[in-house]
Design a protein. Structure first.
Length: 398
């Protein structure tokens, strides 16, 4: 039979199984504090298993006289195992000769149980033959006391066993704490690396992680695209700020998906402008075609968004092909950017273009003629460049 338990404060094995992903749980922290603050083990949970009612109750009284109040009792080995599976204990005091399951059977069961094999067991038995003592020790018992048990000897053996368990618990909980801290650090590292990949191309992010501080490259052939919302300034004056930001987010998110689909590199957004490039940081021979296909898909995305939201957005798109310098700038907020005449002319193609049309210079037109329909627009004057012969990209050839 089990005596009432005032407070079950020590259940290390259970706590070790219930690890929290973000660190030690509140219960585990409480157990850690208990292990640190209770060096005498007075709060330890002790189980006495003996088939003799008189000897068992005498043992329980002896423990309580020694200051151990959290003591339970059972009448045989099987009842001891059943209770050990229901609750956690810090020490088992075990008789050998018991009905149903003797002390040897209990020790064998505990030894084969990975969750309970570290439970300290003191065998208290009238079976004093050397072979029995040796067998108990081989099966994992920490100590052996002959009956009748001497209270002074019991205090010393129990105190030593509980102190060893307390130190083991502290070590295991400290190890668990370190493991959890390591796991949290790894999670945070993974988050930061994912965030870096959202900001920079993978090749640039790898170089930055390797410690490079000046990251720049020359690309002799890339295609640059600028897209801008027509009359956006007027739209900001008549729109609710939250609705405006939500609209931009929906539009640019659809462009982000197209960038991934076509294998291009989003450079950045500038206000209501979207800046993307093909052919970097990894070269690809079809960069002009890939960017042109994305430009056509962007017009389709705007049409679909207008239909879905009941808006009337228009965009101008400008393309240009040529050489650029690309690199990472900044120390706190990193930015991957492009520079050069190619970028400037692509921006001018956008600003001098027409609503819902794709504007390209003659050099880019030559790269697209075989696969796309283009119509000549004429000559446009671009700031900083002068007169430029330009074309409108009308669609793909079947």
């Amino acid at each position: 039979m089990n005596s009432p338990i005032e407070k079950d404060t020590s259940h290390t094995f259970c706590l070790l199984r219930e690890t929290a992903a973000g660190g030690l749980s509140q219960e585990q922290l409480a157990q850690l504090r208990l292990a640190e603050s209770d060096p005498t083990g007075q709060q330890a949970a002790i189980l006495v298993a003996d088939d003799s009612d008189a000897l068992r109750k005498a043992m329980v009284q002896m423990f309580r006289a020694l200051g151990y109040q959290n003591v339970s009792e059972v009448e045989d080995g099987q009842a001891a195992l059943d209770l050990l599976h229901q609750r956690e204990f810090d020490l088992l005091v075990l008789d050998i000769e018991m009905p149903r399951l003797d002390g040897f059977g209990v020790l064998e069961a505990l030894k084969s149980d990975p969750l309970r094999r570290h439970l300290p067991v003191i065998v208290a038995s009238g079976l004093n033959e050397l072979d029995a003592v040796v067998r108990c020790i081989q099966l994992g018992a920490e100590d052996f006391l002959p009956k009748p048990v001497n209270s002074v000897l019991l205090r010393a053996r129990v105190s030593a066993s509980l102190e060893r368990k307390r130190l083991r618990d502290l070590q295991r909980l400290r190890f668990l704490e370190l493991q959890q801290e390591k796991q949290v650090l790894e999670i945070e590292k993974e988050k930061s690396e994912r965030l870096l990949l959202h900001i920079l191309p993978k090749a640039m992010a790898i170089r930055l992680k390797q410690g490079q501080r000046t990251i720049a490259a020359y690309h002799d052939s890339v295609t640059v695209l600028f897209a801008d919302i027509v009359d956006f300034t007027a739209l900001t004056k008549r729109s609710d700020p939250e609705a405006l930001v939500s609209l931009l987010n929906d539009l640019f998110s659809s462009f982000d998906r197209l960038t991934d689909r076509h294998g291009l590199e989003k450079i950045k957004t500038i206000g209501d402008s979207y800046f993307v490039a093909g052919g970097l940081p990894e070269p690809r021979p079809d960069h002009a075609v890939a960017v042109a296909e994305m430009a056509l898909d962007m017009l389709t995305a705007v049409t679909e968004l207008n239909h879905e939201l009941g808006t009337n957005l228009s965009i101008r798109i400008g393309l240009n092909t040529g050489s650029v310098v690309a690199g990472v700038i900044g120390r706190k907020k990193f930015t991957y950017d492009l520079w050069g005449a190619t970028v400037n002319l692509a921006s001018r193609m956008q600003s001098t273009g027409l609503p819902n049309r794709i504007h390209v210079p003659a050099s880019t037109c030559e790269l697209l003629r075989e696969r796309f329909h283009l119509s000549e627009r004429g000559t446009v004057v671009c700031k900083g460049v002068g007169e430029v012969r330009s074309y409108l990209l009308d669609g793909k050839k079947s």
